[in-house]
Design a binder for this molecule. Structure first.
Ligand SMILES: *[C@@H]1O[C@H](CO)[C@@H](O)[C@H](O)[C@H]1NC(C)=O
Ligand SMILES: *[C@@H]1O[C@H](CO)[C@@H](O)[C@H](O)[C@H]1NC(C)=O
Ligand SMILES: *[C@@H]1O[C@H](CO)[C@@H](O)[C@H](O)[C@H]1NC(C)=O
Length: 365
């Protein structure tokens, strides 16, 4: 990660959009006893001239406030705030807060050793910031909840003790989490430590369900790295070292499907939805790339389709990202470049056909 500030690149190369066209052709097989009406699906892909996102080079307005390794970023879309988690020595504040407009607001530093993932829980009357701490000191191996200004509210896990226990709960290198407005918590644990677990906890920290085996069969994980929950009750997990996304029913924990074919070059590091839940945004650290995938609206997840991608400069290393539910902007925490970049959605005029899919007819974006 030896990229100095001076040489940090804000270059974006080869941004392009791609759409997929689905043709449904019905034909009759004649000459047999049965008249069979067989729908046949053809897929074709092409790149449009028009990308879906554009880099906002003016964000943030004071990039020098980011003095550490920028591992994670979370957006409070209700208050227009962007929280960046960074690592470094004692001089480096572990959380730096900017406005969505790019202004530096504050930095805080309490009880965090090595932030890995960060999540902003926002309801109209309550906001809190949740951080997974993969440090190995007295505060590490935990998930912590803070007020927006950095006051510690809750510690999940056993501080300073790595482990695989459920009661009392122990974590090892917890990677990320998602918290629902009603309080349920989904944790992916973890980032290459003892555990390869996804579990759902109630607000009172009782385990609702758990998938916890190391492996590549369905429901098993190798480095479950990022998690999100959509509005139709599906839990999406970036199963990084298995190079796939796995999806589960949030109520029962039942496995609903996997996507493998889009991640052969590099595993998914992040998983986040756009505000309309039409697309999923995935970071690839080793290939310095962001993929935009089509999201099936409900039920079975089918096969994955990459509809657009953003190629970042070499060695930028996008790690985790978040999407503003208000503006649709993507904020990318880049540990190689030690910066956070903002990509704003472009108007969709000119994108004629939406992807997609094995689920139905093409739609107009
Ligand atoms: C962060 O906390 C450490 C440990 O308490 C302290 O030594 C350091 O000065 C703090 N750094 C900042 C930037 O506040
Ligand atoms: C928000 O405030 C209302 C009214 O005070 C309360 O009933 C509700 O439970 C609060 N919601 C949350 C998520 O705290
Ligand atoms: C999980 O399995 C892989 C492959 O067998 C192995 O390299 C890794 O050490 C295992 N992880 C744990 C935590 O046991």
């Amino acid at each position: 990660m030896g990229v100095g500030r001076a040489s940090r690149l804000r270059m974006v190369a080869g941004v392009s959009g791609a759409c997929s066209l689905v043709l449904l052709i019905a034909f009759y097989r004649v000459g047999s006893d049965l008249q069979v009406l067989s729908p046949v699906t053809f897929y074709s892909f092409w790149r449009t001239e028009k990308p879906l996102y554009k880099l906002d080079i003016s964000w943030p307005k004071s990039p020098e406030k980011l003095t550490g390794q920028t591992f994670c970023v979370a957006v409070d879309h209700i208050h227009g705030l962007v929280y960046v988690g960074q690592r470094g020595d004692d001089q480096v504040p572990k959380v730096v807060v900017f406005s969505e407009a790019g202004y530096f607001l504050e930095a805080w530093n309490t009880t965090i050793e090595m932030p890995h993932g960060i999540f902003a829980l926002n309801t109209p009357n309550a906001s809190s910031i949740w951080i997974t701490d993969v440090g190995t000191g007295t505060n590490g191996h935990t998930v912590k909840q803070y007020t927006p200004s950095g006051q510690l509210l809750q510690v999940i896990g056993t501080p300073g003790k790595a482990g695989s226990g459920i009661n009392p709960l122990q974590l090892d290198q917890p990677a990320e989490l998602f918290v629902e407005p009603m309080g349920d918590i989904y944790i992916v644990d973890g980032d290459g430590g003892l555990n390869n677990r996804l579990f759902k906890l109630t607000q009172g920290l009782k385990t609702v369900w758990l998938h916890g085996e190391n492996g590549s069969a369905i429901t098993q994980f190798r480095i479950p790295h990022s998690v999100t929950v959509d509005s139709v009750g599906r839990v999406w997990v970036a199963d990084r070292a298995n190079r796939r996304i796995q999806v589960f029913d949030k109520t029962t924990g039942e496995w609903l499907g996997s996507w493998n074919s889009c991640f052969t070059d590099d595993g998914p590091y992040s998983v986040r939805f756009t505000p309309d839940e039409k697309f999923i945004v995935v970071a690839h650290l080793n290939t310095d790339r962001i993929s935009i995938l089509a999201a099936p609206p409900i039920g079975s997840i089918g096969d994955c389709v990459v509809v657009d991608s953003i190629q970042l400069a070499h060695e930028v290393k996008p790690h985790l990202l978040d999407v503003s539910k208000e503006t649709g902007a993507i904020y990318v925490a880049e540990i190689g470049a030690q910066q956070v970049q903002k990509y704003v959605p472009l108007p969709l005029r000119g994108h004629v056909l939406a992807p997609l899919s094995s689920f139905g007819l093409p739609s107009i974006l």
